[in-house]
Design a protein around this ligand. Structure first.
Ligand SMILES: [Fe+2]
Length: 258
């Protein structure tokens, strides 16, 4: 007789049952672990906060449990019609350079990750976050909150409309400024695969002194965090397009923060 765990399947509201074998020999099949060569180290002294928050002892890998390898399931109704458009969440439009950020969410085998939540947050065009922790002297924009979300489609594609974030100072070291970036959270197919990363813009003059960007030590891996200008998605008289494909696992993986 098989146990409930051995019979486990993932229910997907949109596409019906995705019959996934999640267990073998009584144990839960986990996901591949992060590649420690590609991802930034927990302790990177140039990024000052890591000195206090990095684990002081060797990590103890815990086996994945059933609730981690099954996914969060989102109904379409939970995502608002304008959640992907950060320029239409208030009465008027925000100040700044309007941009379209889009791309595909792929797994390590190059297959699209469908129906998966993508969340972003970012500073406004002046480089200021709407957050208590950000009190540096740049203006808040009453028409910009800086948060958005959407689901990937059947091709793994996502798209946001927003304004280009400004660079901001962050007191990590003398005259420290973050390269312009957009934070991304990606759930992928399961809780255990949720990853957080940052998207950068091509040609940013601040890369050389940004220890968060440089904590990814492999240059080719760093390049995978930089979006590319997309003239085909640029809309005449309206917005510039940027493309940012994200690979969740494998050799071509986008470096992640966690
Ligand atoms: Fe940031």
């Amino acid at each position: 007789m098989t146990s409930p765990e051995e019979q486990a399947t993932v229910k997907d509201e949109k596409e019906g049952t995705v019959a996934s074998e999640l267990t073998r020999n009584g144990g839960v099949l986990g996901y591949r672990r992060d590649d420690l060569e590609i991802n930034p180290p927990y302790l990177y002294p140039d990024y000052a906060s890591t000195r206090t928050r990095a684990p002081k002892r060797p990590l103890v890998p815990m086996p994945h449990t059933l609730s981690e390898v099954t996914g969060p399931v989102y109904g379409d109704t939970r995502i608002g019609e304008l959640d992907h458009d950060l320029t239409r969440q208030h009465e008027d439009e925000p100040i700044g350079e309007r941009i379209i950020v889009h791309g595909r969410l792929l797994d390590g085998d190059g297959k699209p990750v469908r129906n998966s939540l993508v969340e972003i947050w970012q500073a406004n065009a002046g480089g200021r976050y709407r957050h208590q922790g950000d009190q540096h002297p740049a203006p808040l924009d009453p028409n910009f909150s800086g948060g958005g979300r959407c689901m990937t489609d059947d091709d793994g594609h996502y798209e946001f409309v927003t304004v280009k974030p400004g660079a901001y100072p962050w007191q990590n070291n003398p005259n420290a400024w973050r390269s312009r970036h957009i934070h991304f959270s990606l759930f992928g197919p399961a809780f255990a695969t949720r990853l957080v990363t940052q998207m950068f813009f091509p040609g940013d003059p601040l890369f050389f002194q940004d220890p968060i960007f440089n904590s990814v030590r492999d240059e080719r891996a760093r390049d995978r965090m930089i979006s590319s200008y997309d003239h085909d998605r640029t809309v005449e008289e309206w917005a510039l397009g940027y493309r940012y494909d994200i690979v969740l696992r494998g050799r071509e993986a986008t470096p992640m923060e966690e």
